[in-house]
Ligand binder design. Structure first.
Ligand SMILES: Cc1cc2nc3c(=O)[nH]c(=O)nc-3n(C[C@H](O)[C@H](O)[C@H](O)COP(=O)(O)OP(=O)(O)OC[C@H]3O[C@@H](n4cnc5c(N)ncnc54)[C@H](O)[C@@H]3O)c2cc1C
Length: 334
């Protein structure tokens, strides 16, 4: 019986587990994630923070993976190390998992500044259910100031979540990276949307430091020496893959796990998919990163097939940015 170990229980990991079960019903599939309750819809987290959705409506039950489906879901366990030459993964509870085929699908989250480390995790990212639940419980309401440091889709979504609660938002963003010129949504429309929601857009101002204001929120010091007294700070900058556990493994990483179009790494029995991977696209002669719930799932299904058969299915050219949900501007109310 073959052992398939899948790291990460987002759309990529889940789709891979389903496909591996389908392709090899006799094999054993183990899914590992550090989240305690991983079956939820990540793109809906801003709606939990805004108050538009209840926590229960984010939960996704996956009959093909949960219960008696034959997939061993190890939730609440962090992956510490991967030892490709021993075909072994070391988990935070001190146990090891041995694999015949391994998938790296541990996703990505916004890069945190040094100040976040100094503040000991009091900066939120909105990329996990845990963060979104904490933010929704802060009682942020009309007139409360919140600082968002970010760019692109995740930055805009974080701003929308707070603005929908009636908060005043200071949005620290880069003039050049604020919105991709390659997006089908025009930058001018995004800016207009922010201004009509009375968001204070601070172009090219970055967070220099954040001080804990005696338990009454935080004081943000920006690169122009402006001070912002806010109730919460949310980081939504460039996404960085979660790959600390690959240190010393020999798996090739270049801002993501480097894979070919069959999603194979430089080790024949190790694959990667979703936001943690960088897929080589020979047509464009470049490495491409995923962003999008749907495309992460599509990549996961390809990886699940290839885990079983060693290859044979390829990532389509478009499978890098297929988003779940309505268009980014359609989500705004009022
Ligand atoms: C705020 C926000 C808004 C978004 N909005 C949208 C949207 O509107 N539409 C859309 O389509 N996409 C959206 N996305 C992007 C989408 O959620 C991602 O592209 C998708 O979730 C990536 O799937 P994945 O399976 O690669 O990784 P993830 O969904 O990130 O799952 C990876 C899992 O691996 C776990 N993990 C990480 N490191 C370890 C470790 N060391 N050990 C064990 N487990 C680990 C993580 O905790 C996580 O559970 C949004 C993302 C964010 C953060």
């Amino acid at each position: 019986m073959r052992e398939y170990v899948i790291l990460g229980c987002g759309p990529a990991g889940r789709a891979a587990a389903r496909e591996a079960r389908l392709q090899d019903p006799a094999g054993r599939v183990t899914l590992v994630t550090n989240e305690m309750s991983p079956f939820y819809l990540r793109p809906a987290l801003p709606d939990l923070v805004s108050g538009a959705l209840e926590r229960s409506s984010l939960v996704q039950r996956d009959e093909a993976l949960q219960g008696d489906a034959g997939v061993d879901v190890r939730a609440g366990r962090r992956v510490y190390r991967v030892f490709p030459h021993e075909s072994r993964v070391l988990l935070s509870d001190g146990t090891s998992l041995y694999f015949d085929r391994l998938l790296l699908a541990t996703g990505a989250s916004p890069r945190l500044g040094d100040y976040a480390v100094r503040l000991r995790n009091k900066v939120y990212t909105l990329s996990t259910l845990a963060d979104a639940v904490r933010l929704s419980r802060l009682g942020l309401g009309p007139g409360t100031w919140v600082a968002v440091s970010g760019e692109g889709h995740t930055g805009l979504e974080a701003v929308r979540a707070f603005a929908a609660r009636g908060c005043r938002v200071a949005y620290l963003t880069s003039h050049t990276r604020f919105w991709s010129p390659r997006s089908s949504v025009a930058r001018s429309d995004v800016l207009q949307r922010l201004l009509s929601a009375k968001v204070e857009v601070l172009f090219d101002e970055t967070v220099l430091d954040i001080l804990d204001a005696n338990g009454d929120g935080y004081r943000v010091i920006t690169s122009t020496r402006r001070t912002l007294d806010v109730a919460a700070v949310c980081e939504a900058r460039r996404l960085v893959p979660h790959l600390d556990y690959l240190g010393g493994s020999g798996v090739l990483v270049d801002e993501g796990v480097v894979v070919d179009r069959e999603l194979r790494t430089n080790f024949d029995n190790i694959f990667a998919a979703g936001d943690a991977a960088r897929v080589y696209d020979p047509d464009a002669n470049e490495l491409r990163a995923n962003f999008g719930w749907e495309s992460a799932g599509e990549q996961g299904a390809v990886a699940g097939h290839n885990l079983v058969h060693g290859g044979g299915r390829f990532v389509e050219a478009g499978a890098f940015r297929r988003l779940h949900g309505p268009g980014v501007l359609e989500r705004w109310r009022g």
